[in-house]
Design a protein. Structure first.
Length: 104
């Protein structure tokens, strides 16, 4: 029984590790910043400009902003500005369904 528990624990740890590696934001590449639901679009834009980033797209319905920033500490500045989660934009588009909408 211990072997099954060990295998299950290792499998879950590997899956979480792979997810974190795929979602890790890379400076100089587009990222997605998730803000609390109900955050106004102007507040999201001000948070991104305050963090010295470039705004690429805002999805006001789900409070997600696609942005890019080159400076060190950009991700930390987004968290400080109220973002709940900052991940790689390519990974976020898979989760939010924005890839299908942007192809139209």
């Amino acid at each position: 029984m211990r072997e099954i528990g060990f295998g299950l624990t290792c499998g879950i740890a590997m899956a979480v590790g792979a997810l974190l590696i795929a979602a890790w934001p890379v400076p100089g590449r587009p990222m997605a910043a998730f803000f609390p639901v109900g955050t106004a679009t102007i507040d999201i834009a001000q948070a991104i400009s305050g963090a010295s980033g470039s705004l690429l797209q805002i999805d006001s319905g789900s409070a997600v902003a696609f942005t890019m920033g080159d400076r060190d500490g950009f991700v930390s500045a987004l968290y400080g500005a109220g973002a709940w989660l900052v991940i790689d934009a390519a990974f976020a588009r898979l989760c939010t369904g924005s890839a299908a909408e942007s192809d139209r």
